[in-house]
Ligand binder design. Structure first.
Ligand code: THU
Length: 162
């Protein structure tokens, strides 16, 4: 038996003001597009905005449904839009923000498990990491250089060939 270790580093900023200008702008866009979320059930509005390798800016928001499991997270809406409109374009950076029923949030959220799986496969397809900027409407911001880090020991298309 041997023990294996998994380790990754990410950046923690006290607020958006500490970010590089371009990153602050992208996070601000993610905050802005939360308005486009359709979240009448959870009242939890999530906005994701990506800067693509070709410089295009693309956004996604969570879209819920009266049949709850039909709802889809902002991150996967975004990935679908990118794949459909710009099929060969890697995502350089994705910013994600959110707010609750009071329109407030002061802590970063990280993508759910299903979204981590989707982002990871997108990275593999494009052969390029997706950098994440995570923040609420206020407060601390996390910058994760490689979304892949959020899903260690994951199941991938390679496993289907074994
Ligand atoms: N949601 C997202 O869009 N992204 C996340 O990272 C976490 C959760 C959505 C799904 C659902 O519409 C609502 O937030 C509450 O879970």
């Amino acid at each position: 038996m041997k023990r294996q270790e998994y380790h990754f580093e990410f950046e923690v900023y006290e607020s958006m003001e500490e970010l590089a200008k371009e990153d602050a702008w992208l996070l601000d866009q993610a905050r802005e597009v939360t308005q486009n979320a359709y979240a009448p059930y959870s009242k939890f509005k999530v906005g994701a905005v990506a800067k693509l390798a070709n410089g295009e800016i693309v956004s996604g928001t969570n879209q819920e449904n009266a049949s709850y499991p039909v709802g889809i997270c902002a991150e996967r809406v975004l990935l679908s839009v990118v794949s459909s409109l710009f099929p060969k374009q890697p995502i350089d950076t994705m910013a994600i923000s959110y707010n609750n029923a009071n329109g407030e949030s002061d802590q970063p959220i990280t993508p759910c498990g299903i979204c981590r799986q989707s982002i990871k496969e997108f990275e593999q397809r494009m052969n390029q990491p997706v950098r994440l900027i995570l923040g609420g409407m206020h407060g601390k911001v996390y910058v994760i250089p490689n979304a892949d880090n959020l899903l260690p020991l994951s199941f991938t298309g390679e496993d289907l060939k074994r």
